[in-house]
Design a protein around this ligand. Structure first.
Ligand code: ADP
Ligand code: MG
Ligand code: ZN
Length: 478
């Protein structure tokens, strides 16, 4: 029997507020343990939470950018459970009246658009971090992250392959970065996804039993976890077995998942309305104001790049995927770089440098790329030398003109100097000269290469070509 894959994602995102959701403590990542805390976020008896307005604004903006309906009335609820990473023994979250619902995100699958439904987006607080003693002597807890505002974005079970799940996760992250809702730093766990996955007989409309893999914090692990779970579940089904509804822990290093808890052990959270917070009431005017303050979103930029700037769709897709590269591209063009030239530099050398350095940040602005392109345009450096300059810019943050000057990379156009080198190359390569005279055009290329080698690639190629032709003509004369 053939099976069909069904995937739904729950994505947790830390919001980019400066302070926590119910107190004034900083949300800054890291810091010495238990230094970003106060009586409110450590849940001392008698303390009261106060809602951070900015957290509500970010949640609404995320909802608007993902085409959700925004609730004019929503409220916070208590989700009760005991675990030492949240010392009040409940998490303040939203239950039946989330702030956003009924949206969608479009992803591109092999050139075809696929729409993934968003069930809801709700606001909640993050928990602290437990640090377990590897020698089994106990656990310590760091409350710095406790009370950092989160949104949880719950998708419909609309994805049907690991590739779609990864694409959707990438798209959501990109939208959150564009809107400034979150920095989405994956290594710091500020965005993480739970993958829910089930199989069903092809063509069936009834959902199969799902498992859930928690807290995946890279695109690769979402893809790998989904792929491995498909293998595991189809193995069980093909042998006539049944998949148990359970939560599993994905181990990236082992490349497999392990059971954590099953349906019987599932929590009953005994949700009830949070009595210490007033409901969140948003006027239409305020929602409209948030809508108007949204920046240009990736699909709008994509349309502008392809329709107005004449950039191929493939390039525009790559550049708009990240707000950082897109902003960089915009700045390069603003400072005079040709759009397609800038796109080529970004997709080629720059992305390779970023990949090698394992970073998404470009250590200089687009203006610097425009300056580099200008140096090439003026014929002051060759394309090849420009690659060297770009690596140097990436490593040191120096400006192109400074690097060219300091490293002496400017094109050699000095006629006397070039003449000396051309003469030398002709007299040292008798064999090639004879080949050329015998009609072997290729020999010219070799001689060109020799001149370039002598000048470290800096000779003005047009001049060298003309001078070589001249020199060879002279050599042919009796
Ligand atoms: P819970 O809150 O208990 O995790 P939800 O019903 O809210 O459960 O679903 C969570 C996620 O699981 C959603 O993204 C949803 O689309 C997805 N999901 C629900 N049922 C299935 C299923 N049978 N197969 C795959 N995904 C599912
Ligand atoms: Mg869940
Ligand atoms: Zn605090």
């Amino acid at each position: 029997m053939d099976y069909e894959v069904v995937i739904g994602l729950e994505i947790h995102v830390e919001l980019a507020t400066k302070s926590k959701i119910f107190c004034g403590c900083t949300t800054e990542f890291g810091g010495e343990v238990n230094t970003h805390c106060c009586p409110v976020c450590t849940s001392m008896p008698g303390t009261l939470p106060v809602m951070n307005e900015k957290a509500v604004e970010f949640a609404v903006k995320a909802g608007l950018a993902m085409n959700c309906e925004i609730a004019e009335f929503s409220k916070m609820d208590r989700k009760n459970y005991f675990y030492p990473d949240l010392p009040k023994a409940y998490q303040i979250s939203q239950f039946d009246l989330p702030i956003c619902k009924g949206g969608y995100v479009d992803i591109d699958i092999n050139g075809k658009m696929k729409r993934i439904g968003i069930t809801r987006i709700h606001i909640e607080e993050d928990a602290g971090k437990l640090i377990h003693d590897p020698h089994g002597k106990g656990s310590l807890v760091d409350y710095n992250r406790c009370g950092v505002p989160l949104i949880e974005i719950v998708s419909e079970p609309d994805m049907s392959s690991p590739e779609e799940a990864r694409k959707y996760f990438e798209k959501v992250r990109s939208i959150l970065q564009y809107t400034g809702v979150s920095d989405c730093r994956m290594q710091e766990g500020s965005i993480r996804a739970d993958v829910n996955l089930s199989l069903r007989p092809a063509g069936s409309t009834k959902l199969g039993t799902r498992t859930e893999m928690k807290n995946l914090n890279s695109f690769r692990s979402v893809f790998n976890a989904a792929e491995s779970e498909i293998k595991r579940q189809s193995g069980i089904l093909r042998q006539g077995g049944r998949v148990g509804q359970e939560t599993r822990r994905w181990d990236d290093d082992a490349g497999k998942s392990f059971p954590m808890r099953n349906k019987e052990e599932a929590h009953d959270y005994r949700y009830f309305p949070e009595p210490d917070l007033v409901p969140i009431i948003l006027t239409k005017e305020r929602i409209d104001a948030y809508r108007e303050s949204l920046p240009e979103l990736p699909w709008k930029r994509f349309a502008r790049y392809t329709e107005e700037m004449g950039i191929p769709g493939y390039d525009a897709g790559i550049i708009t995927a990240s707000v950082k590269t897109s902003d960089f591209f915009e700045e390069a063009v603003k400072y005079g770089a040709d759009a397609k030239t800038a796109a080529n530099w970004i997709m080629g050398d720059l992305m390779r440098l970023m990949n090698d350095a394992g970073t998404e940040d470009i250590p200089f602005g687009g203006k610097m790329l425009a300056e580099l392109a200008d140096l090439i345009g003026q014929g002051r450096i060759s394309n090849n030398i420009a690659k060297t300059v770009l690596s140097e810019m990436f490593a040191t943050g120096g400006t192109p003109s400074f690097i060219v000057k300091e490293k002496g990379l400017e094109v050699v156009s000095d006629r006397d100097e070039l003449a000396r080198i051309v003469d030398k190359v002709i007299s040292h390569n008798k064999k090639s000269v004879e080949d050329y005279m015998g009609g072997k055009e290729k020999a010219m290329g070799f001689l060109m290469g020799q001149v370039m080698r002598e000048t470290g690639g800096k000779a003005n190629p047009t001049m060298v070509k003309a001078m070589l032709a001249d020199g060879l003509k002279k050599a042919m004369e009796p």
